[in-house]
Ligand binder design. Structure first.
Ligand code: NAP
Length: 244
């Protein structure tokens, strides 16, 4: 990037490990990218800080717990001096969690934690970033959802047991609706909800189909190719439409 050119800017949540970590890693391969990596416990995120070594792009690690309202509301103050006159081009709401449960066994505290992290967190982070997205060149909000949030696909997950991953699936279906409502409220944004595929991470387990590098390379291709005409879509990591 020439010194005068403004960078392409990204804020990604949940970057200490898994898919979020890999997104940051791949983004840093380009000198054009400035990445704000949100992380719950930066002092423990050794691998994330280590990505600065040999990075072509620019990395800033910021404290961000998406299930803590004060932490999310502190984001504008943290990112304003880093972004300066640049807006935010891409917000990737990636942080997520899930525990085993079913409709008839779900625990109220786990349900609230799951919906807070996977649905309310992305909503509040989008609110916190909106003035920066307004100034951005791309204005893209990418919500990392799951095919488990698809009512039409729910029967495909028999291996989870009847009704398995109930709180998680509900939280992702709600995230999908948040994405669609955001598209309706702000047609000038490109709001996409995406499934990364079944990926080998702590959440996906080593039994999963995809290496993080493969999933993330596809995700980034989709993110860079979508336009406002695609806003509101529910897409796989390959860019195919997932039925609601
Ligand atoms: N892996 C899959 O097969 C798969 C499939 C479909 C969808 N997804 C979705 O993809 C996203 C990433 O999943 P993953 O597989 O990478 O999961 P993962 O390996 O379990 O990593 C989860 C990441 O989210 C962070 N996180 C959790 N709660 C947080 C909070 N309250 N605030 C900030 N960060 C938080 C974790 O940080 P800590 O280290 O601090 O805990 C970690 O960095 C999630 O939204 C998940 O639902 C994954």
């Amino acid at each position: 990037m020439s010194p005068s050119a403004s960078p392409t800017t990204w804020l990604v949540s949940g970057t200490s490990r898994g898919i979020g970590f890999e997104i940051v890693k791949q983004l840093l391969e380009s000198p054009n990218n400035l990445v704000l990596a949100g992380c719950r416990t930066p002092e423990k995120a050794t691998a994330l800080h280590g990505l600065k070594d040999g990075a072509k792009g620019t990395l800033h690690v910021i404290q961000l717990d998406v299930a803590n309202v004060d932490s999310v509301r502190a984001v504008p103050k943290a990112i304003a001096p880093i972004l300066g006159e640049s807006g935010l081009d891409h917000l990737i709401n990636n942080a997520g969690m899930g525990k085993e449960d079913t409709p008839l066994t779900l625990d109220p505290d786990v349900f609230i934690e799951t919906v807070w992290t996977n649905t309310l967190g992305p909503a509040l982070l989008t609110q916190a970033c909106i003035s920066f997205l307004d100034k951005g060149k791309e204005k893209k909000v990418i919500n990392i959802s799951s095919t488990l949030g698809s009512v039409a696909s729910a029967h495909q997950f028999d291996h989870l047991g009847p009704g398995g991953a109930a709180s998680y699936s509900i939280s992702k279906a709600a995230l999908n609706m948040f994405t669609y409502k955001l598209k309706l409220e702000r047609p000038d944004l490109t709001a996409i909800t995406m499934c990364p595929g079944w990926v080998k991470t702590d959440m996906g387990t080593q039994a999963a189909d995809l290496e993080p590098a493969e999933s993330v390379a596809s995700i980034l291709k989709v993110i860079t190719s979508v336009t406002a005409a695609d806003s509101g879509k529910y897409l796989s990591h390959k860019g195919t439409v997932i039925p609601w």
